[in-house]
Design a protein around this ligand. Structure first.
Ligand SMILES: Nc1ncnc2c1ncn2[C@@H]1O[C@H](COP(=O)(O)OS(=O)(=O)O)[C@@H](OP(=O)(O)O)[C@H]1O
Ligand SMILES: [Mg+2]
Ligand SMILES: [Mg+2]
Ligand SMILES: [Mg+2]
Length: 352
């Protein structure tokens, strides 16, 4: 079977959609029940937040992936060390109960019991912590591996904005499948009537699609009449070089649109914006520049490419997903709906 034959990665795609959908159940529950009082949030060493939602969603996704593809390594954002500490026993209990509930939800059409439900043993606290830690693979060039970002845009999640549950499959450094769940994104960009919650899916050579969170209404991307006036960028000022993006936007007569998470890639792929521009924030006090992570860009990049767009780093180099957990010298990203605009953005960055 070739990489681009119509049936390539069909099982992986179904498993990934099932995993993302169940993880979205977790994140929606956490937001509705727990996040409001902020007691279910920890700060990581780099001061970034992590919630019970991040841990439980990664436990659910990894359990499902490991049931379906036991030999595949997983490069996941989170690890369970903090949850094993006795001082975090209450948090650990929440994570375990959220993950078990999501794994026990009724199956929907096309889902196989063995992908998710698992044995009694798999529902134990230790098994779920171990599942989170299955995401500790170091990545690399010559292998088949999954990337998991259980909540991308955790800050957006906490403020009720956009966030994304992100999964990708990488084979020999090339992203071949991307699935992104966005519970807070409108199903139709121009109308709130149809409600919120989408899953975006792309397989290499097979195009990009949007379905609803419940798995219905597949639409091929892009489907929105291309909106040429927006530059999508980070909502969080510390993640990006805002003044530089402003200069580029002004030169190209584009309006900035701040949004958290890989939902930016999803909006671009739908045709809701012209460019996603991410430029590294200036470093202070001799600090090393931030190294981007593969789970933050692998699913979004294939979605944009399969919707007919183009993505490179800010110097025009291809994105490198085979260097490890990080993306090395790939700093700054330019994704556009069309090739011609991509060239103009790169030139504008050089001048800015
Ligand atoms: N300094 C710095 N520079 C660039 N990127 C950083 C930085 N610090 C963190 N991160 C990563 O940014 C991820 C979320 O960023 P987004 O641009 O998608 O959303 S946001 O508007 O910035 O919140 C975020 O992903 P999550 O941790 O999954 O939320 C981080 O991986
Ligand atoms: Mg994080
Ligand atoms: Mg992320
Ligand atoms: Mg995350």
């Amino acid at each position: 079977m070739s990489l681009t034959s119509p049936e390539a990665f069909s099982v992986e795609k179904r498993v990934a959609i099932a995993a993302v959908r169940r993880a979205c159940l977790v994140t929606c529950t956490v937001f509705n029940q727990l996040v409001r009082d902020r007691t279910d949030t920890l700060k990581k060493e780099d001061e970034s937040p992590v919630t019970v939602g991040d841990y439980a969603a990664q436990a659910v996704i990894n359990t499902i992936l490991k049931n379906a593809f036991p030999k595949d390594p997983i490069v996941g954002e989170e690890g369970a060390d903090a949850l094993r500490q006795e001082s975090n026993a209450r948090l650990r209990e929440r994570v375990v109960s959220l993950a078990i509930n999501a794994l026990q939800e009724d199956l929907i059409d096309g889902e196989k019991a063995q992908w998710g439900l698992g044995s009694q043993h798999e529902r134990s606290s230790e098994a779920l912590l171990k599942a989170i830690d299955e995401g500790n693979d170091m990545g690399g060039p010559n292998k088949r591996m999954w990337t998991v970002d259980p909540i991308d845009g955790t800050k957006g999640f906490l403020r009720g904005g956009q966030y994304a549950v992100c999964l990708s499959l990488i084979v020999n450094s090339q992203v071949v499948l991307g699935v992104i769940g966005c519970p807070n994104i409108q199903i139709h960009p121009a109308s709130s009537d149809e409600g919120k919650g989408c899953i975006f899916v792309a397989v290499r050579g097979q195009g990009a699609f949007q379905i609803t969170l419940s798995g219905t209404g597949a639409i091929k991307l892009p489907y929105f009449p291309s909106e040429k006036s927006y530059v999508l960028q980070s909502e969080e000022p510390k993640h990006s070089n805002i003044p530089l993006i402003r200069r580029v936007s002004d030169e190209l007569h584009l309006t900035e649109w701040g949004m958290d998470s890989q939902a930016k890639y999803c909006c671009l792929a739908r045709g809701e914006g012209a460019v996603y521009l991410r430029m590294p924030a200036p470093t202070v006090g001799g600090k090393q520049p931030y190294e981007e992570r593969i789970w933050d860009h692998a699913p979004g990049s294939i979605l944009v490419e399969e919707a007919g767009g183009k993505i490179t780093d800010s110097e025009g180099a291809p994105l490198r997903f085979g260097l490890g957990r990080g993306m090395g010298e790939n700093r700054g990203f330019v994704a556009t709906v069309d090739e011609e605009l991509h060239g103009r953005v790169l030139s504008a960055i050089k001048r800015a």
